[in-house]
Every structure is written in C-alpha cells, then in structure tokens.
Design a protein around this ligand. Structure first.
Ligand code: AQP
Length: 343
C-alpha cells in the first residue's frame, strides 16, 4: 500500500495552476486509491509564514483552503485532511532534519535562488544579498521534507517546480537512515508522482508562473471567479501578433500557455491541440479555453460557496483530520526520538 502526502499553502484562493498542477491530481489519486492506501493532504500554514502574511488574511485563507479541498471532492472519510500547524510533529521533525542538512545544499535550491534574485531585483545571482531574507524561507524545503517523512510517505504528488525539494527530502531520509541505524530502515525514500500537466504561466506575464501571491489579479484565474471574470481574463491573456497557432513555449509562451491549459482538459499533447487550432487563430483558442476552464470550475465553485457557511462542519473536519495526522506521525516521531537519543 502507498502513503501519499501532499500540501498546499493557505496563501489565497487556489488558481488554475494549483488545480492543474496539483489539486485535480489529488482528487484523481483519491478516486483511484487501493484499499490500504493512506492519503494525507495538508494545508501548510507554517510554510506560508516564510513570506510576510497579514494575520487576518492568513487566518481567513487557512479556513477557506479547507473548504476548497472539500469542495473539489477530497473526502475526510477517505483522506486525512488537516492543518499542518495543528500537528507540532512536523516542526519537531523539521528541527531534527535541519541538524542533518548542509547549508550548501539549501543554497543550491532554485526556489531559494530565485527568491534571492527577486528580493534584490538583482541582474544575476552573484549580486544578491541573503541577509535580507528570513531563515524560515531558507529551510522551507527541510520543513517540507519533515511533512513528508513524518508519515513515512512513499508517494508525493507535486508540480515539476518541486522536484528539487523532493530530491532533498530523499537525501535527508537516506542521511537519517544511515546516521541513525536501527533494526529496520526508518524512512522509505519517497517518489514524486508527476502531475500530467505542466507549469501554468501568468496570463499577463508568461515569463513567470501563475501565482496566488502575485499582486495582479488579472494574471490568474481563481476558484471564486465568475464565468464573466474567467472570460475577461482569458480574453485579455497576453499572446503574440503572429498569425496562426503553433506550440512554441520559447518564442510564443503566452499562446503555449493557453495550449497547455486546453491540453490538460482534453488529454492531448499541446502540440496536438496546436495542430487543431492552426488555422483557427487565438480568438477561437481563447473561447475554447474559457469554456473548458468554466466547466471545470463551476461545480467546485458552487460547493465552495456552500461550504464556507458550514463553519461548525469545517471545524469538525479540521479537528478530526488533525487528530488522525497527529496519531500517525507520533508513531514515526517516537522512533525518531529514540534513534537520535532524545527519547
Ligand atoms: N503555476 C503553477 N502551475 C502548476 N502548478 C503549480 N503549483 C503552484 N503554482 C503552479 C503547484 O500547486 C501546489 C501548491 O502550491 P503552494 O501552495 O505550495 O504554492 P506555490 O507552489 O508556492 O505557488 P502558488 O500557489 O502560486 O502560491 P504562492 O504565490 O503563495 O507561492 C504545488 O504542488 C505546486 O507545484
């Protein structure tokens, strides 16, 4: 049986990238789960704190994210759905793993390097100054490894941007196993479950990914967007003046992004979608992307609006998810404490 773990930060209402890159895959995994599989989905509040958050907004987003996960079809009966910050085992294990993590490894994380670069608006990596960024952001991938290893997860569905973090997680698992040997190998080495679809880009600036925290709300389509808002945003999506549709992510990233989105819905390759639209032009492509996105969002959006009012139900789900998560991870943490000599 598999133990699947994945997480999402409560940094805002999920966008199309989160859906195609992660959330729809979680629902698929739940649908195809075999008896005995454990599915664990976490709202990772501690990770959200690595960037400045308004406490009121964070508290709201934290509750909303739980409603979103239920609205898209995750079931508290079949999956453990919980707030990371309700289970201190994550931070305890993260500390222990921090003590096994070489600084150099974290400095090589591309996520860290890109945060550094944007923090200083630097032209290249040699110009940046890390003294401005917080330590939490630096050890973010270690907390992520702890999230995964606390449940001895074997499978981790995440977007391709997370591949390097998962490699670090495997390194840390292996390093712990070799440093603190016992009768059995403690941590399995988790594998990444690739989401079939690729990274979804900003609708306004296709050189960056679609992101919850971008200040430009026109750059993303979120779960709470109305049909009219979806239409407006996609119609205004940046493409290029070249006539005819081709899939060329390097030179035509905006159009390629729309093709990637549509391909995710039709189960084709973006190249095949491009071939179908070659003579039809961007207008028609955008209309069809709009329809596909709206159709996917409609059900979850209505369910989210309904669930938001179910305050006591949401609280019950959060409480029972946290209990299950704590119970399961406590088994691992007991072994960890014994092996490191702090039992
Ligand atoms: N643009 C994207 N395309 C495909 N997948 C994406 N993911 C995020 N953005 C895209 C995937 O969504 C999952 C949850 O992400 P997260 O909450 O950890 O946030 P993130 O990856 O840092 O990006 P966001 O959602 O845009 O949030 P902010 O702006 O707060 O950083 C992950 O599996 C991720 O791969």
């Amino acid at each position: 049986p598999r133990t699947v773990f994945s997480g999402i930060q409560p940094t805002g209402i999920p966008h199309l990238g989160n859906f195609l890159g992660a959330l729809l895959n979680w629902v698929n995994i739940q649908r195809n789960a075999q008896p005995g599989d454990k599915l664990i989905f976490s709202i990772v509040g501690w990770h959200a704190l690595t960037l400045p958050q308004d406490p009121k907004a964070l508290s709201e987003a934290r509750k909303e994210m739980l409603a979103v996960l239920l609205a898209i079809g995750l079931s508290p009966e079949r999956s453990i759905i919980f707030h990371q910050d309700d289970n201190p085992n994550h931070t305890e294990l993260a500390w222990i793993l921090n003590c096994l993590t070489p600084m150099g490894k974290l400095r090589r994380m591309t996520t860290w390097k890109s945060r550094l670069a944007t923090s200083r608006n630097a032209r290249d990596e040699s110009e940046v100054d890390e003294s401005l960024l917080n330590v939490g952001l630096f050890t973010y991938p270690v907390l992520q490894a702890a999230d995964i290893l606390a449940y001895k997860a074997t499978h981790v569905p995440v977007g391709e941007d997370q591949q390097q973090h998962l490699e670090l997680c495997r390194d840390l698992a292996d390093s712990f196993n070799r440093t603190f040997k016992g009768k059995t190998t403690l941590f399995p080495l988790p594998q990444q479950v690739f989401t079939p679809s690729r990274r979804i880009l900003s609708l306004r600036d296709p050189s960056s990914k679609m992101s919850k925290s971008s200040p430009d709300i026109q750059s993303r389509i979120v779960l709470t967007d109305t049909a009219a808002q979806i239409k407006t945003k996609i119609r205004a999506a940046v493409t290029d003046p070249i006539v005819g549709v081709t899939y060329d992510p390097e030179t035509r990233p905006g159009a390629a992004n729309l093709l990637t989105i549509l391909a995710a819905f039709t189960d084709e390759s973006p190249h095949d979608v491009a071939a179908r639209y070659h003579d039809k032009g961007h207008g028609r492509l955008k209309a069809d992307v709009t329809e596909a996105v709206e159709e996917m969002m409609r059900g979850p959006r209505a369910e989210f609006e309904r669930l938001k009012g179910e305050v006591s139900y949401l609280a019950t789900v959060a409480r029972s998810g946290a209990e299950k998560a704590r119970e399961l991870s406590e088994v691992t943490l007991r072994e960890v404490r014994t092996r490191v000599g702090l039992a």
